[in-house]
Design a protein around this ligand. Structure first.
Ligand code: ATP
Ligand code: MG
Length: 396
């Protein structure tokens, strides 16, 4: 918590305007504003003021900046944000605020960046920057470096205010969740599918999750880990639904009717068929998987083609072109890596042959499936699915 003082504080938030036009921009802004409100629910009452690629939130006298900051870092669509001092549009308030804030920092070079949306303000942007720059230089001896400064002091003049801040925090960027329709993500408790899911969420798409488990044959560890992963991913999209689907019966039917090396492709085809039904129920227009080309023998183009064939929905494979190191890096950033690497018995790792086929022959796949009453099995699995709902923040 900050110590109450006389200065009024606000949060200034910027989003990237690139590619935003007409109605598109309105939808983007409205959704982002609503998501910011949800993200900060329970911490501060938010009234978001809008203006020219930025939002402004007035802060009360006492506020918990670390928590606010943590929440805002997960709001998709923000380019950056900062804790700022809010002043009247008066150079005699702006100048001391800038000098005071700069005085708290260590730097050898600095720049003053003034943006003046309110053209009525009597001083031009560069006049303000020059005045503030001269005052800061008198205090610090630092040199001005407009291209690559250690510290940039920002002054923004718009609406009825002047806001001043020196520490800009990078946002997640991407598109606000809710602007991009819905998809169903096949979420295992491995490393890849949480990262794939997150990448799609950052494109504004809201996900519904499906997870397949082989209980009671396997322990519930994999399902429990998946639930923890859904909790983490919900921090980016605020509400989630997870379908935990029993898969054992389907696996047994496949094991009895297909050659061992064909099992993985057949499991995946069954999973996609179920995910498609879940998608229809939830008005989702795509599926998401964590497949990455060539990462394991089953993830070849021929096999992906056989897997994609069972659905008319597009299957998004956002990490198909990423290598493992890149994927792990993201998993660490979003905090899913630890959970994904806990030892567990995955429904598929148990029943997977040593050498899955790399180029499945369609006729062999169809022949095996013709011996299985797939429709009945899929229906049964869905009937026994456990559906759970998630919310973030808890007050939401
Ligand atoms: P992950 O790290 O996501 O488990 P992986 O590299 O282990 O991926 P596979 O096990 O071949 O790859 O699975 C490929 C994709 O199929 C997964 O990324 C996921 O989208 C989906 N999938 C696999 N197992 C399950 C499961 N038990 N429940 C839901 N989806 C699954
Ligand atoms: Mg896996």
């Amino acid at each position: 918590m900050n110590e109450p003082d006389k200065t009024s504080h606000c949060i200034i938030l910027h989003y990237s305007e690139i590619g935003l036009k007409g109605g598109n921009r309105k939808t983007f802004e409205a959704q982002l504003m609503s998501n910011i409100r949800t993200a900060l629910k329970g911490i501060i009452k938010v009234h978001v003021a809008r203006g020219y690629g930025r939002f402004l939130i007035d802060l009360p006298e006492v506020f918990d900046w670390p928590t606010i900051c943590q929440r805002l870092k997960k709001v998709v669509g923000l380019a950056n944000f900062a804790l700022a001092e809010a002043h009247r549009q008066d150079i005699d308030e702006i100048l001391p605020s800038a000098v005071r804030q700069m005085g708290r920092l260590n730097y050898d070079s600095f720049a003053v960046v003034t943006r003046r949306v309110q053209k009525a303000f009597p001083l031009r942007s560069n006049e303000i920057s020059t005045k503030v720059g001269a005052a800061s230089q008198a205090q610090s001896d630092a040199r001005v470096d407009r291209k690559n400064p250690d510290v940039a002091c920002h002054i923004e003049i718009f609406d009825d205010r002047a806001v001043v801040y020196c520490e800009k925090i990078a946002g997640l960027r991407g598109l606000p969740v809710g602007t991009g329709e819905r998809a169903v993500s096949l979420l295992s408790s491995g490393i890849d599918s949480p990262v794939a899911s997150w990448k799609i969420i950052t494109r504004g798409v809201k996900l519904t999750f499906v997870h397949f488990h082989s209980a009671p044959f396997t322990s519930m560890a994999s399902l429990n880990n998946t639930k923890r992963l859904v909790e983490i991913l919900t921090e980016y999209q605020y509400t989630s639904k997870l379908y935990a689907i029993p898969f054992l019966e389907i696996q047994q039917a496949i094991m009895m009717n297909a050659k061992p090396e064909y099992r993985v492709v057949l499991y995946r085809r069954a999973m996609i068929r179920i995910a498609e039904i879940v998608a229809k129920k939830n008005r989702a227009n795509a599926l998401v998987t964590g497949e990455s080309i060539g990462q394991v023998a089953s993830q070849t183009l021929s096999n992906m083609r056989m897997i994609s064939e069972v659905t008319s929905l597009p299957i998004l494979r956002p990490i198909s072109g990423s290598d493992k190191e890149e994927i792990i890096k993201t998993a660490r950033v979003i905090d899913t890596f630890e959970i994904s690497t806990e030892p567990y018995e995955d429904c598929c790792s148990l029943f997977v042959p040593k050498h899955p086929v790399t180029r499945s022959v369609p006729a062999i796949v169809y022949e095996a499936e013709s011996k299985i009453d797939m429709e009945a099995l899929l229906g049964n699995a869905l009937k026994n699915a456990e559906v759970s709902q998630y919310k973030f923040p808890p007050e939401n």
